[in-house]
Write a protein that binds this ligand. Structure first.
Ligand code: 5AD
Ligand code: SF4
Length: 360
C-alpha cells in the first residue's frame, strides 16, 4: 500500500499524517479529495445548505493586523445597516427558502450594540415567523451577552480562532487585552456552555504559518469538538500591517489548494460536522466555493447584504460578488452548484448531525 493509501485507511490521523496529506500532489492529492467526497456523501449527504450572510456593519473596535476593516484603517468607508435593512434582508432570505442567515458585524461591546442585536433578533423572528436558523458572528462578548442573544433566538455562533497556535496568534494581533488568545478560547467554551452550535476556523497561508501549524489547527478543531467550521485562504489587504510580508506568502493558487486540502482532511477527521466553503475561496477562483463543495464542504454563505454596502465590507482584497444583485447570486449559485452534483437544501436549517448527536 502506498503511504497515502495507508494514511487514508487509518482510523485516527496524527499530526505527521496530516502534514503528509497537506503535502500531497498529483494522484495522491486526488485520492485525498476522493476520500473526502466519499466521507461527505456517507455522513452528511450530497447536500449544501445556504446561510444568507448579512454584513451588518463594518465598525470594529479591534485592530487585527490582517483585516481591512480594522479600526485604524481610515481608508474604509464605515457603514451600519438600518434595522429595516437588516430585517428586510432576513425576510428576503426567508422568502427565498434560505432557512438560515448569518448576521455578521465588526466587533463592538457597547451596551447599545448588545441591546440592538437583542432587539433585531426579536424583529427578525417576528417578521419570519421564527422560520430562520439565525447565526451570529459578532466576536468576543461576555457570557451574559451570549446568553441574551441565545435566549432571543440565535442558535449558532461563529468565532474563528484564526490561528490555534498562541505564538502565531500573537504575531497577527496587537498585544493587548482586546486581542487576548486565551479569552478567545474562553469565549468558545462559553458559547458551547450557553447552548449554541459553535463554529470556528482558521486562515490558511498566513505569513509565518507552517504546515505543522495547519495540522495542529485541524487537531485543535477536533479537540474542541467544533460543530461547524469556516476556514479559508488568507488574502492580503494593502491597508493592513501584515501587508508588508506579502512577498513571503505562498502564491495565491497554492493558498487556494492548501485550503482545499485542509477542507478535505477536516472532512475525514470530523465526518459529520458542517463545513463552510468560504467566500475567500471565491476571491481567488471564481468557482472556488464549488470546488470546496467537491472536497467535503457542505455550507455556502451567499452574501445578501444590500448591494450599496457590500463594497465597504472588505476584509481582504478581491472580494467577489460586490456588484452582483441578490437574484444573480442565487441563480448563478444554483447553476454552479448543479455542476458539483450536490442539491441545495432549500427550506432546511441544516443543523449538523454532529450537533444533533450532542444534544439528543
Ligand atoms: N484574508 C482572509 N480572511 C480574512 N478575515 C479577516 N481578514 C482576512 C484576510 N485578510 C477573516 C477572519 C475573520 C473573518 C470574518 O474574516 O478569519 O474571522
Ligand atoms: Fe474586527 Fe474581525 Fe476584522 Fe478583527 S477580523 S478587525 S475583529 S472585523
Amino acid at each position: 500500500m502506498s503511504t497515502i493509501d495507508s494514511i487514508l485507511s487509518k482510523r485516527e490521523l496524527t499530526k505527521e499524517d496530516i502534514v503528509i496529506l497537506l503535502e500531497a500532489e498529483a494522484e495522491d492529492k486526488d485520492k485525498l479529495y476522493a476520500k473526502a467526497a466519499e466521507v461527505k456523501e456517507h455522513y452528511v449527504g450530497c447536500k449544501v445548505y445556504f446561510r444568507g450572510l448579512i454584513e451588518m456593519s463594518n465598525y470594529c473596535r479591534k485592530n487585527c493586523f490582517y483585516c481591512g476593516i480594522r479600526s485604524s484603517n481610515t481608508n474604509t468607508e464605515r457603514y451600519n445597516l438600518t434595522d429595516e435593512e437588516v430585517v428586510e434582508a432576513a425576510v428576503l432570505a426567508w422568502k427565498n427558502d434560505y432557512a438560515s442567515i448569518a448576521l455578521q458585524s465588526g466587533e463592538k461591546d457597547t451596551k447599545e450594540f448588545v441591546d440592538r442585536i437583542t432587539m433585531l433578533l426579536g424583529k427578525i423572528n417576528r417578521a419570519t415567523k421564527g422560520g430562520l436558523g439565525i447565526t451570529l458572528s459578532m466576536g468576543e462578548q461576555t457570557e451574559d451577552t451570549y446568553k441574551r442573544w441565545f435566549d432571543n433566538g440565535a442558535i449558532r455562533y461563529l468565532l474563528r480562532i484564526e490561528a490555534s497556535n498562541k505564538e502565531l496568534y500573537a504575531k497577527l494581533h496587537p498585544n493587548n487585552k482586546a486581542h487576548d488568545f486565551d479569552n478567545r478560547i474562553e469565549c468558545l467554551r462559553l458559547l458551547r456552555r450557553v447552548g449554541y452550535q459553535v463554529g470556528s476556523g482558521v486562515m490558511i497561508g498566513l505569513p509565518f504559518q507552517t504546515l505543522d501549524n495547519l495540522a495542529e489547527d485541524l487537531l485543535w478543531i477536533k479537540s474542541m469538538d467544533i460543530d461547524m467550521v469556516g476556514m479559508g485562504p488568507y488574502v492580503e489587504h494593502p491597508d493592513t500591517p501584515l501587508y508588508k510580508y506579502k512577498d513571503q506568502l505562498l502564491p495565491l493558487e497554492e493558498r487556494f489548494t492548501l485550503s482545499l486540502k485542509m477542507t478535505a482532511i477536516l472532512r475525514i477527521l470530523m465526518k459529520d460536522i458542517n463545513i463552510v466553503a468560504p467566500t475567500a475561496l471565491q476571491a481567488i477562483d471564481k468557482l472556488g466555493r464549488e470546488k470546496g463543495l467537491k472536497v467535503g464542504a457542505n455550507v455556502i454563505m451567499p452574501n445578501i447584504t444590500p448591494g450599496i454596502y457590500r463594497d465597504s465590507y472588505k476584509l481582504y482584497n478581491n472580494k467577489p460578488c460586490t456588484d452582483e444583485a441578490f437574484d444573480d447570486s442565487k441563480s448563478s449559485l444554483e447553476a454552479s452548484i448543479r455542476l458539483t452534483g450536490d442539491t441545495i437544501g432549500y427550506g432546511e436549517q441544516g443543523n449538523s448531525p454532529h450537533f444533533k448527536k450532542r444534544v439528543d
